[in-house]
Design a protein around this ligand. Structure first.
Ligand code: V55
Ligand code: FE
Length: 480
């Protein structure tokens, strides 16, 4: 029997409910003035279940990739929303129901789709070498037409990509235009091989490097400096026996260590990995940046003292509550052989969904932006499937130590911010921050433009959508 109703769970209820509308809105309402010279596309990805899931307790991470684009030109803005047409979406639409089961677990699928690409392309987008790619770490990229958001298809870099997985968090080196990406579970699910892909500015995949992690776990993000790529291996473990037995795809196992793999970007780097252990098992959520200073390598990222327990269980300490992320700078001395690092909290305030002025990625940056909540400015919002929604965007100035906040207002929840430089050669941080803001009480969404170095001044412009778009993950700005 076909289930045509979404379950009444936090993943499918209220502001988190699937939206499923593909369409265009021309000339969105604008309150204030879109800055002159701000022309381009803000594009981001979200997980928007097309069909009620096969299993009621499905995770929000398992939704279908739905792209949202706000095109800004000459003070006007338009919205386009479109699903990524994965093999999964096409087959499910033909059947009129979900055929793919639990998050990354093919054993739970309808037998009719055995062996089919399970990718959902729901996490992020990247623009590189003139191609727009929608990404999910469990599958290959999906190529997308930037104008229409139509899906071109699964993308393997003209045959150069041999493995089946590609991170949702590739890094582009602004000095060279090279994109450095990687896959984990490249030889099969729950395998320890990690493959690094080097993709030249023109989009050619020129080289791969490979190493093995100490155990199989989620490697969601990475850190790129001028000479190194670093991975924080956290005990968000995938155990194939547990997956086959129908347990969660990942579980937190704090008997395993958190350790950093530092891999030279130079040819042969995969054979020259150095390891630096964390004194306690912690989890990296998302990264700001990495940079070198003499023999020191600085890694700047959000860290939690627990696993991602709202989504995946702690197998040793049932009932443990997920702890919030704080920004840390981990400093590794590559000339010492201590095998450890120094950890410093960057600022005393929780946050997640970090952003920098990406023109300065791989080198020391001064300005850091992030989603957060701040009860001095407004109350916390009711928990959704991801935990507490943000109420604020924060800015940390590492030179002055100052923190500044944009509070989005009652029942309003900003999402990941993206930085837009005022001009190609503007100084670091001189420009705007764009962020989607959920207007929860109105069941509607806005795109807000802020002065990146003066968040507390409030919006320069608010671009109003007449409808809600689904909460998302990661976005980009592509200059017009
Ligand atoms: C994350 C998101 C994912 C996923 C694994 O933010 C990790 C972390 C949206 O999908 O599959
Ligand atoms: Fe992410």
């Amino acid at each position: 029997m076909t289930n045509l109703a979404f379950p009444d769970t936090p993943v499918f209820r209220g502001y988190a409910a699937p939206v499923r509308i593909e369409g265009d809105v021309h000339d969105l309402e604008v309150i204030g003035t879109i800055p002159a010279g701000m022309n381009g596309d803000y594009i981001r990805n979200s997980a928007d279940h097309q069909y009620p899931p096969m299993f009621e307790d499905d995770l929000f991470l398992n939704g279908d990739g739905m792209l949202h684009r706000v095109r800004i030109a000459n003070g006007r803005a338009s919205l386009k929303t479109r699903y990524v047409e994965t093999e999964k979406l096409k087959l499910e639409r033909a059947a009129g129901r979900a055929l793919f089961g639990r998050y990354r677990n093919q054993f739970t699928d309808d037998p009719s789709v055995a062996g089919v690409d399970r990718g959902t392309a729901n996490t992020s987008v990247v623009w590189h070498g003139g191609k727009l790619l929608a990404l999910k770490e469990a599958a290959r990229p999906m190529a997308i037409d930037r104008e229409t958001l139509a899906t071109i298809g699964s993308y393997d870099f003209d045959g150069a990509l041999k493995s089946q997985t590609f991170t949702a968090h590739p890094k582009v080196d602004p000095a060279t235009g090279e994109m450095v990406a990687y896959g984990y579970f490249v030889d099969g699910v729950a395998d320890t091989a990690v493959e690094i892909y080097f993709i030249a500015a023109d989009g050619t995949l020129t080289r791969t490097e490979r190493f093995h992690a100490p155990y199989a776990s989620m490697i969601h993000d990475c850190l790129l400096s001028e000479q190194y790529i670093a991975f924080t291996i956290c005990p968000m473990v995938c155990d194939w026996d547990r997956v086959q037995a129908g347990e969660a795809f990942f579980h937190w196992d704090d008997t395993r260590p958190t350790t950093v793999a530092v891999v030279p970007r130079a040819p042969g780097g995969g054979g020259n990995v150095r390891w630096f252990d964390s004194p306690t098992p912690v989890m990296q959520t998302h990264t700001f940046n990495a940079w070198e200073e003499g023999s020191l390598l600085h890694l700047e990222h959000f860290i939690t003292q627990t696993g991602w327990l709202s989504q995946f269980p702690d197998i040793n300490n049932p009932g443990t509550r997920e702890q919030p992320p704080f920004a840390y700078r981990w400093t590794i001395d590559l000339e010492s052989n201590t095998g450890g690092f120094i950890a410093e909290k960057m600022f005393p305030h929780i946050g997640e969904m970090p952003m920098i002025d990406l023109r300065h990625a791989t080198t020391k940056t001064r300005h850091f932006w992030f989603g957060t909540s701040n009860t001095d400015l407004g109350p916390m919002l009711p928990f959704g499937p991801k935990g507490p929604p943000f109420t604020c965007i924060g800015h940390f100035d590492a030179d002055s130590g100052a923190l500044d906040y944009y509070y989005a207002g009652p029942d309003s929840s900003p999402e990941e911010p993206v930085f837009v430089p005022r001009s190609p050669d503007a100084s670091e941080g001189d420009g705007w921050l764009v962020t989607i803001v959920g207007r929860r009480a109105e069941n509607r969404t806005d795109l807000v433009i802020l002065d990146a170095l003066n968040l507390s001044a409030g919006p320069v412009a608010t671009i109003r959508f007449p409808t809600r778009v689904h909460e998302g993950f990661h976005g980009i700005w592509i200059p017009g």
